[in-house]
Design a protein around this ligand. Structure first.
Ligand code: FAD
Length: 386
């Protein structure tokens, strides 16, 4: 079904390994079988769908070759992959989509829903927004971000610049049909220090008021910092404040809510989530449901600053919880497959640094040295703060 029949469209040859043999894959008319590899010719406009199907079938894309010699619009990185055939193990290419759509050529997403996540008694407004991206070439991985270009012009009459938002859904989208992308957006609101006037952010206000059916300019995806490791046995420590939960919601769905043949999570996911009030715990029901269902594999630790106190009577921020679990976290960090991810407002970084410095010191180590010389060097410390 993916053969080169349309000479007007660009074709790409995919090498795929690890496909399970079942009725579905047997229906596919692949051209060659060789040492566990299968080859598919895919037209440009079917690449998105094809890659999602391969992932569903448990296959791994080893290489993509343009048949007309023109490179595909993909940023490929190298990474070792399993080899189920006799061919020698080589560096395999894994597709990380980036900048499929740029600001001068955005795609159009259509709003499906736009729902408040902050409950009564909470502060501010945060929306979970789902966009229909079917009919576009946009695809993405958990941990990436997309750009939104607000409608209208700035005070100079120029089109607004894009703002980045972490994607809150998995690559398969909230409806698991590969047709949507979701965001978690806090409306920026602050008082001007001089005039006392309330100022609202341009893009976050624009997103906040969108109605189902509205069309939005989307760019991206971007970001390689917050990608999940392939290892399903890994320990994933997630530190989130506020909307920083977005990429972790995607991680947790991928780990626990989806049944991905290529990623059956058996490790430990530990989320530290800092918010002001209980009513501000975004996705609270989802998180607690997963925690109740997978207590062996998912730990959930809240820091609710306006309601909980540290032992010395201070407000409980995320670093307070890290301090409580310092020894355990330190032990986990000694394992080569433990990764730490931090996402949320920039202001969270110094507190975490302080808590980790204390955790390391308790264990006779220097945090900065360990952070730079081990965690960062080994690609196990991932930060996206804004
Ligand atoms: C990688 C990345 C991921 C992101 N992910 C998310 C996400 O998942 N969810 C989310 O909600 N946001 C996210 N953001 C932030 C987002 O991109 C926007 O910055 C945010 O929505 C504000 O944009 P705006 O257009 O509403 O505000 P703007 O109209 O651009 O106003 C922002 C400006 O207001 C001023 N300002 C802000 N606060 C104050 C203050 N307290 N006092 C005085 N001046 C102030 C500053 O000059 C600031 O630059 C992310 C940012 C990055 C870089």
């Amino acid at each position: 079904m993916y053969n080169a029949t349309n000479s007007s469209s660009r074709m790409f040859r995919y090498e795929v390994v690890g496909l399970r043999q079942n009725a579905e894959t047997d229906k596919t008319d692949y051209a060659i079988r060789n040492s566990g590899s299968q080859f598919f010719n895919v037209p440009y406009n079917r690449m998105n769908q094809f890659m999602q199907q391969i992932s569903r079938w448990g296959g791994k894309i080893v290489s993509i070759q343009p048949l007309d010699g023109v490179a595909a619009p993909l940023a490929a990185t190298t990474e070792p992959a399993s080899n189920n055939g006799a061919a020698p193990v080589k560096e395999k290419k894994v597709d990380i989509p980036v900048n499929i759509y740029r600001p001068n050529n955005p795609c159009i997403g259509k709003v499906i829903s736009n729902e408040e996540l902050v409950r009564e008694g909470g502060e501010g407004t945060v929306k979970h927004i789902i966009f229909d991206i079917s009919g576009t070439e946009l695809r993405y991985l958990e941990g990436q971000s997309i750009g939104i270009i607000p409608a209208g012009t700035d005070t100079n009459g120029k089109p607004h610049k894009l703002r980045l938002y972490s994607i809150a859904s998995t690559r398969h989208g909230d409806f698991q049909d590969d047709k949507t992308v979701s965001l978690c957006v806090r409306r920026l609101e602050y008082k001007d220090k001089e005039t006392g006037e309330t100022i609202y952010g341009v893009c976050s206000s624009y997103l906040n008021q969108l109605q189902p059916g509205d069309e939005v300019k989307i760019t991206g995806p971007v970001g390689k910092e917050m990608l999940l490791p392939d290892d399903p046995e890994a320990t994933i420590i997630m530190l989130a404040t506020g909307t920083g939960i977005a990429p972790f919601r995607a991680f947790l769905w991928r780990m626990f809510k989806e049944n991905n043949p290529d990623y059956q999570f058996k490790g430990l996911a530990w989320l530290f989530f800092g918010v002001a009030y209980t009513a501000n715990i975004l996705y609270k029901d989802e998180l607690e449901e997963l925690q109740a269902k997978y207590p062996e594999h998912f730990r959930l630790t809240y820091a609710i600053s306006r309601e909980q106190k540290t032992p010395d009577g201070g407000k409980m921020y995320i670093q307070g919880r890290i301090a409580e679990h310092a020894d355990e976290i330190w032990q986990l960090l000694q394992k080569k497959n433990t990764h730490v991810y931090m996402c949320g407002l920039k202001g969270m970084e110094p507190g975490i640094d302080e808590a980790m410095t204390a955790a390391a010191a308790k264990n006779g180590a220097d945090w900065q040295e360990f952070l730079k010389g081990t965690l960062k060097k080994e690609g196990r410390w991932h930060v996206e703060t804004y």
